[in-house]
Write a protein that binds this ligand. Structure first.
Ligand code: SF4
Length: 226
């Protein structure tokens, strides 16, 4: 069946907030070749006031079709993991490293991640979340390059001033029973990690961070409709 690419969201209202402007930029983006295959770009969902910012890898087939992150099987598992600590997706801002689906759900290429990192930077500087929960290796590597998820998971980190909590990706948890158990542990720890982030955050580390939480440049600070 021929795919219907959607650059314009018919139901979308005129952007009123900075976050809505960023989403609008993403819907129109053609900065990397992934825009050619997408049905929808998937900017992210959740309240602008969210304390928690969840970061996955990229949209899958269901997400591409619906234009929302984590709506397939992995999204259902994410719902269950959040419910285990009495949270819902409505409490959290959720997005991905890349905003358009990679063909066959392959790993995002470095140049695609680089092209899309501008939007992640804009989202972080706009929302200023208390805590970024990185789901899986790709999201972790954005903040802590070279650290394996198996070692980094389950611990609160302070990366260049941004508090980061790495967890197992729900899609990985669907593939392997041991990862599923780890994901459950990681999410059960989330309320205590959030409390620690509010009251006793760890000291700042000084790793090589690809996208540090720095003041945005003028281009990032003032998104405009295109
Ligand atoms: S993946 Fe990111 S950079 Fe590439 S077209 Fe989509 S929004 Fe633009």
């Amino acid at each position: 069946m021929l795919k219907r690419r959607v650059d314009y969201e018919p139901e979308a209202k005129v952007p009123e907030t900075r976050l809505e402007l960023i989403h609008n930029l993403i819907h129109h983006c053609d900065r990397c070749p992934l825009h050619r295959e997408r049905i929808h770009a998937v900017p992210g969902t959740g309240p602008e006031s969210a304390e928690i910012f969840m970061l996955g890898e990229g949209p899958g087939k269901n997400e591409d079709e619906e234009g929302k992150p984590f709506v397939g099987r992995a999204g259902k598992l994410l719902d269950e993991l959040l419910a285990s600590v009495e949270m819902t997706k409505q409490d959290i801002y959720i997005t991905n490293i890349i905003k358009c689906r990679a063909p066959g759900n392959r790993d995002p290429l470095p140049e695609e991640q680089e092209a899309c990192s501008r939007f992640l930077r804009m989202q972080l500087t706009t929302l200023e979340p208390l805590l970024v929960v990185t789901m899986g290796q790709f999201a972790l590597s954005h903040f802590l390059p070279g650290e394996p998820i198996g070692k980094a998971r389950g611990r609160l980190r302070n990366v260049g001033g941004q508090l980061v909590y790495p967890v197992i990706h729900p899609a990985a948890a669907l593939r392997r029973g041991d990862f599923h158990e780890w994901a459950k542990e990681d999410f059960l720890r989330l309320p205590a990690i959030l409390e620690q982030a509010r009251s006793e955050p760890p000291a700042e580390e000084n790793p090589k961070v690809r996208t540090p939480r720095k003041p945005p440049n003028d281009e990032d600070r003032q998104p405009t409709l295109i």
